[in-house]
Design a protein around this ligand. Structure first.
Ligand code: NAD
Length: 269
């Protein structure tokens, strides 16, 4: 074997962008990549005070991870993200397109505003940030990794999420399209499709906008959901962080254009 297991997963000296990395799944991803030695630019819309807590957890050892506040729905911000990364950390090796929103809405109630909001963040920002990232990686002549966070909803609609399902289906196909064209530059492109993961975004769904009855109903449904899952638990951000670390590492050198499902067995139910 050419490399030890330790070396395979060593990301020392690599620079990664993680969008939506201030909390939830993105935080789990940033944490794992930083543990493997990468320096991270967390890009998120939240106040720097919230991101500071995440950075404190991530920058434990010699790590130099930093924060950039930006709304990814505005395409003008995307080139600033790449420039900031190069100026502050000197390189770009890994892009993780994680930021995304999921608002429940029946197809009969779908609005143009919800569609545009969702698609601009979940799909358009992924396409154009990836375009800028691969151009930078090609210019630097060192290859790289793009890892998109799609969803089990890109494979099977779970209900009342049509705009989300369309965006995530798009992300999985975009992954394959990019992978096909940029493999020759040493750039691998894959997506991770999470199932139900315990995050602030998921917890917000059972938020104050629901009546007490609706909250009780949702809790019962969620208990039922967990019971029916083959692995009998919700996923944690760390579960997705582990999958992203694998795809970012040399252990995944021959993997591109694929979807890695991390769902506790949801899709085989
Ligand atoms: N949690 C799940 O069960 C689950 C399942 C499948 C897929 N996913 C996907 O995983 C990703 C993360 O989900 P999560 O549950 O951690 O969400 P979350 O809401 O807990 O966190 C999302 C992060 O993205 C940031 N963000 C939101 N809008 C932004 C914008 N316009 N610009 C920049 N940053 C923005 C938020 O501030 C937050 O830090 C999403 O793409 C989601 O679709 C989640």
């Amino acid at each position: 074997m050419e490399k030890s297991i330790e070396k395979l997963f060593d990301l020392t000296g690599k620079v990664a962008i993680v969008t939506g990395g201030a909390m939830g799944i993105g935080k789990g991803i940033a944490y794992r990549l930083a543990e493997a030695g990468a320096n991270i630019v967390i890009v998120d819309i939240v106040d720097p005070k919230i991101a500071k807590k995440t950075l404190l957890e991530i920058n434990k050892e010699s790590n130099k991870s930093i924060y950039l506040q930006a709304d990814l729905r505005d395409i003008k911000n995307l080139s600033k993200i790449i420039d900031f990364t190069i100026n502050e950390l000197g390189d770009l090796n890994i892009l993780v397109n994680n930021a995304g929103i999921y608002n429940y809405c029946a197809v009969t109630e779908l609005t143009e505003e919800l569609w545009d909001n969702t698609l601009n963040l979940n799909l358009k920002a992924v396409a154009f940030l990836s375009k800028l990232a691969v151009n930078k990686m090609i210019e630097k002549k060192h290859g790289g990794r793009i890892i998109n966070i799609s969803s089990i909803d890109s494979i099977k609609p779970t209900g009342k999420l049509s705009q989300y399902d369309a965006s995530k289906g798009g992300v999985s196909m975009l992954t394959k399209a990019f992978a096909k064209e940029v493999g020759k530059y040493g750039i691998n492109v894959n997506d991770v499709a999470p199932g139900g993961i315990n995050t602030p975004g998921i917890r917000k769904i059972a938020g104050p906008h629901l009546s007490l009855i609706q909250i009780i109903e949702m809790k019962a449904q969620s208990k039922q959901f967990i019971k029916s899952l083959p692995l009998k638990r919700m996923g944690e951000p760390e579960d997705i962080g582990n999958a992203v670390l694998f795809l970012a590492s040399d252990a995944a050198n021959y993997i591109t254009g694929t979807t890695l499902v991390v769902d506790g067995g949801f899709l085989i139910m």
